[in-house]
Design a protein around this ligand. Structure first.
Ligand code: HEC
Length: 151
């Protein structure tokens, strides 16, 4: 019994840490902001991993495809990331993002296509070709950040 109560207490702590029931004091709670930051963080993590492999020599050349596919998959789950009202909260999105939907869609589509392209190119194992595709992908991120993200 004592063990059971202890394990309950431990689970409560774990659940509390891993899955907070609601946003903590001072933490973002606008669902669209939390969602898009979550997706961008995933995408940014994959970009770092690819950089470590292609530019810094981390020894996992076959993983480039996985990370590029991960970026494409994450983008395909962006949903409507900038619905009305999602300017209320901690956001670095410029106000124009809520009025230039077509442009945002186009820039998002470019990044998605570039991620898919890197996934495909990297399957061939040609590091130089992968590097070219990776740089193109990075440029699509920058194109949208320059247009719609505050510094
Ligand atoms: C269609 C536009 C667009 C594209 C494409 C785009 N981003 Fe962003 N990104 C934004 C905007 C706008 C923000 C700021 C969002 C906010 O703060 O609400 C952002 C924020 C981020 C953040 C910060 C997230 C946070 O928690 O503050 C990272 C990291 C990021 N982007 C990485 C990337 C990478 C890597 C790519 C390319 C693979 C990319 N983004 C492509 C528009 C874009």
């Amino acid at each position: 019994m004592k063990k059971f109560v202890l394990s309950l207490a431990v689970s409560a702590v774990l659940v509390g840490v891993v899955v907070p029931a609601q946003a903590q004091e001072g933490e973002e709670s606008n669902p669209a902001i939390v969602h898009r930051h979550g997706i961008y963080t995933i995408v940014g993590g994959h970009m770092k991993a690819i950089k470590s492999i292609l530019l810094l020599g981390f020894d996992a050349p076959k993983d480039v495809t996985f990370h590029a596919q991960g970026i494409a998959d994450a983008f395909s789950h962006m949903g409507n990331s900038y619905p009305p009202g999602s300017d209320k909260g901690e956001t670095k999105a410029k106000p124009e993002i809520w009025t230039q939907g077509e442009k945002v869609k186009q820039l998002g589509g470019n990044a998605f296509a570039a991620a898919n392209d890197l996934a495909k190119v990297s399957q061939g194992g040609d590091k130089q070709a992968s590097l070219v595709a990776f740089k193109k992908l990075g440029e699509t991120c920058k194109a949208c950040h320059d247009e719609f993200k505050k510094k």
